[in-house]
Design a protein around this ligand. Structure first.
Ligand code: 4AD
Length: 576
């Protein structure tokens, strides 16, 4: 070997593609040694090599044996390389041996067939949160517990040598299940993955002293079967939705995110809040109606309407069911609805969705003061009903530890006072034309989201913000009889979120309403059914709309409304 020359050109050689000839040399002596150990090496620096004074620059091209120090350095590196290789080889061998061993154990495990002991008592089927003592008794070391049968998915898994702890979840609760003996030796137990659905049977026991588990009990399994294994390895749920995953990944995998503790708690609070609204409305004799989603009129201006081809005509997805609710008053009394509303919002703020759940109420024969009191009563009643459920209260505590029932009466603030307050606190209007500088607020400004939130966060209490100027409000809002510049209108603002409710009295005089349509440039023909309301026995009435996702973002302390609905819809996203 030593008589073979291997060439290294430190300037133009390429370690990756070299073969060691003069035409295709290596770049480093180390790589030449690795590929051709024990050869005789010839080196040069064909472009940067030093040339002796007076010598021809082409002498750089001459090949020379490496210097002693270069050989020593390369030899040291080569020895280190060999050691590393040997170590890696050992590791690969060990890993292969482990894998073979595990495979052999798994092959053995496949032969372990679990059979239910038919002499055991027939199990009682329970949900994981059930505690009814007439149905189940916890066993102790002196007395047997009820034999039960539970179904759910693996939420948490911990395997020790001869015992496997499975925390099962079923949407109702969690249960610690303990596999021992033959159960842990089965192929199914050895390859169990998170989210796998299982049926488990066994005795329900109290916990040993000092141990912790949901509802202070555990299921000592005597039999289990896999209903649907969940994919593992790189597709395991924990690899799909990691703590540090970016927002897009989490949104694409919302169906898996919803299985997590936080998201499922928010969804349960959401269900409880919807239930509480229905209860609060029942208590105030307000009846539920279900208005249409396809409409041909706008309520809150044309800019945020989604339009569609409806059998050759233009129709829209509803922005608000208010106008329909108004038509129900004569026959049904006070009414409410819980329906989706759609807004073609072009902004991607943390509190705007393109589809949201809108709770709207409409009340007949009322004054503006009645409306304010009603809104405050419904909100506080909903909070009370929701928190009366200890499980839901626990979720809210976990999600938003600082949450407290707001004090009543809510702070009331007129729009004109809010403008003054903003200026006193140097909160500028940043919602200005391009090129303009932020400036102090003036009467007539639409208080922008950022300023509104700053104010709400500083005041840190719910606010009934009232009497907005008519220029910035919807066509149907009547003027305040005492100040013609402003309307009988109200927004409810909550700390951390800002506006969660928008409401007002409605113009109830026919002529006045027609004039308002005209002033706003809205053709009245398609609103005939709405304006008729004023022709067939009109009445002073008013109502409001509340965004459920914003209410939840406030109650659950969430940064964005996107976390407060099942599958958020906003500009650019309608999947999954
Ligand atoms: O203030 P808004 O636009 O009022 C109305 O639609 C009235 N017609 C309601 C009525 O009087 N019946 O909307 C009412 C509430 C807002 O306060 C907010 O909570 C929510 O609906 N909302 C939105 N929530 C999420 N995303 C959006 N794009 C929203 N737009 C309004």
């Amino acid at each position: 070997m030593a008589d073979q020359h291997i060439y290294i050109d430190e300037d133009v050689g390429k370690d990756e593609t070299a073969n060691g000839t003069q035409d295709v040399p290596y770049k480093t002596l180390l790589q030449a040694m690795i590929q051709h150990p024990g050869a005789s090496y010839q080196t040069r620096k064909s472009e940067t090599g030093t040339v002796e004074e007076g010598a021809d620059p082409s002498s750089r091209l001459e090949w020379k044996a490496p210097t002693k120090s270069a050989m020593k350095k390369a030899n040291n590196l080569y020895e280190a390389h060999k050691k590393k290789q040997a170590k890696a080889g050992d590791l690969a061998l060990r890993e292969k041996a482990e894998a073979d061993k595990r495979q052999a154990v798994l092959e053995e495990a496949k032969k372990v067939i679990l059979e239910e002991d038919k002499s055991l008592p027939a199990p009682v089927r329970i949900k994981l949160d059930e505690t009814d003592p007439s149905k189940i008794t916890l066993g102790t070391k002196d007395s047997p517990g009820t034999r039960i049968r539970v179904l759910g998915r693996v939420h948490h898994l911990r395997s020790q040598k001869d015992v496997t702890f499975v925390t099962l979840k079923d949407g109702y609760g969690l249960m610690q299940c303990v596999f021992t003996g033959k159960l842990t030796k089965t192929y199914a137990a050895m390859t169990l993955t998170l989210e796998t659905s299982l049926e488990i049977r066994g005795q329900l026991m109290s916990l040993p002293a000092g141990a912790h588990a949901p509802l202070n009990r555990e299921l000592h399994a005597d039999f289990f079967s896999v209903i649907g294994a969940a994919v593992g390895d790189k597709d395991a749920i924990t690899n799909k939705v990691t703590q540090d995953a970016d927002n897009q990944t989490l949104l694409d995998n919302r169906h898996l995110v919803l299985r997590g503790e936080n998201a499922s708690q928010i969804m349960k609070v959401r269900a409880a809040v919807l239930r509480a609204f229905r209860k609060a409305y029942e208590e105030t004799r307000t009846l539920e109606v279900t208005p249409p989603a396809f409409v041909q009129t706008s309520v809150e201006g044309g800019a945020t309407l989604f339009s569609l081809n409806y059998y050759g005509q233009t129709a829209y997805l509803t922005q608000s069911s208010q106008l329909y609710l108004e038509t129900c008053l004569p026959s049904m009394g006070d009414v409410f609805c819980i329906s989706p509303s759609f807004r073609a919002e072009k902004s991607l703020t943390r509190r705007h969705l393109s589809e949201y759940t809108h709770i709207e109420g409409e009340l007949d024969f009322i004054t503006f003061e009645d409306l304010l009191v009603h809104i405050e009563t419904v909100i506080t009643r909903v909070i009370d009903i929701t928190l009366d459920d200890p499980i839901i209260a626990g979720y809210i505590k976990a999600l938003n530890p600082k949450f407290e029932r707001p004090k009543t009466p809510f702070k009331r603030l007129r729009y004109s006072d809010a403008i003054e307050w903003l200026n006193e606190h140097n909160i500028l209007n940043e919602d200005v034309e391009e090129g303009e500088q932020p400036r102090p607020h003036v009467f007539g400004d639409d208080i922008a989201e950022a300023a509104e939130r700053k104010m709400t966060d500083i005041l840190n209490v719910p606010i009934l913000l009232t009497h907005f100027p008519h220029e910035i409000k919807s066509f149907y809002m009547p003027r305040d009889p005492e100040d013609n510049r402003v309307t009988e209108s109200v927004d409810v603002l909550m700390p951390g979120v800002g506006e969660i409710v928008g409401g007002s009295m409605r113009i109830h005089d026919y002529e006045e309403l027609m004039a308002a349509f005209k002033r706003h440039g809205i053709p009245t023909e398609s609103y005939y059914w709405y304006t008729d309301q004023r022709r067939y026995g009109t009445s002073p009435h008013g109502g409001y709309g509340l965004g459920v996702e914003r209410f939840l973002a406030w109650m659950c302390g969430r940064f964005t409304v996107r976390e407060c609905c099942l599958y958020p819809r906003f500009m650019g996203r309608a999947t999954p």
